[in-house]
Ligand binder design. Structure first.
Ligand code: HEM
Length: 220
């Protein structure tokens, strides 16, 4: 086997791991926002969902870089299969396995999203929920194996990631954001005074719904 090791590989493995963690946090937080249908003036809902998708893709790219540089750096030996199949790495078997499981789960989520049109919504949703499982597993991996976790800045960064996701989930559970808060990116057309052109009438709490048209009339 050819020995290939350099500080550059090691720094890249660590840096790409950290970037992956930051991106993963952003993806998760944006995912929670998408699920609660947040959106509005500064960033409509479709944009939140689009940013969520793009950052998810970037996360996978940085994770692949993290894994490849770790595997290429022969200073410690982790084969490509050992990186992907949990508990097969001779080096730090358990903590590498946490990374592998987190990555494998995210890979399943990514593949399910790519096949979204071909699988049932229930199956896609069930697989998508695996991302909630992968996040804490990734955090344990980072804390237990990372070189930089001996530095306070890294611990602060990890705490910031956990805190961000915790706040997003807590807000989803307790703030009860209105699911109809920003249903669509399509702007409301100006209709006759007192009427809305969209199908949704839920934004006119004091209005009366006209059963046949779905429009709303203001009370006199
Ligand atoms: C969701 C998946 C993963 C995330 C978010 C992640 C993230 C990280 C982070 C942030 C670090 C700490 C870097 C530092 O201390 O500067 C790290 C370290 C490490 N990761 Fe991962 N990782 C993941 C998956 C994997 C996988 C599948 C492997 C298998 C090769 C792996 C191997 C390693 C190794 C060997 C280290 C120690 C590097 C060092 O500090 O010397 N990781 N990872």
């Amino acid at each position: 086997m050819i020995a290939l090791t350099s500080p550059l590989l090691w720094y890249t493995a660590r840096a790409s791991g950290i970037v992956s963690l930051l991106l993963l946090t952003a993806v998760m937080a944006l995912g929670v926002m998408t699920a609660t249908r947040v959106g509005g003036r500064p960033m409509p809902r479709f944009a939140v969902a689009e940013v969520h998708r793009r950052i998810a893709l970037m996360t996978m790219i940085f994770l692949v870089l993290h894994i490849l540089t770790t595997v290429l750096d022969t200073y410690v030996h982790i084969g490509l299969l050992a990186a992907l199949i949990p508990f097969t790495s001779a080096y730090k078997t358990v903590w590498v396995a946490f990374g592998s499981v987190a990555f494998d789960l995210l890979l399943a989520v990514t593949i399910a999203s790519l096949l979204k049109q071909r699988i049932s919504h229930a199956a896609w949703r069930a697989i998508h929920w695996l991302s909630y499982v992968s996040f804490p597993i990734a955090i344990i991996h980072v804390l237990m194996i990372g070189t930089d976790t001996r530095f306070p800045w890294m611990l602060l960064l990890v705490a910031g990631c956990v805190g961000t996701l915790f706040l997003a989930i807590a807000w989803r559970l307790w703030a009860h954001p209105r699911p109809d808060g920003a249903l669509t990116a399509v702007p409301r057309r100006k209709g006759r005074p007192g009427t809305t052109a969209t199908a949704s009438t839920q934004h006119a709490p004091r209005g009366r719904k006209i059963a046949s048209s779905g429009q709303t009339r203001k009370p006199r």
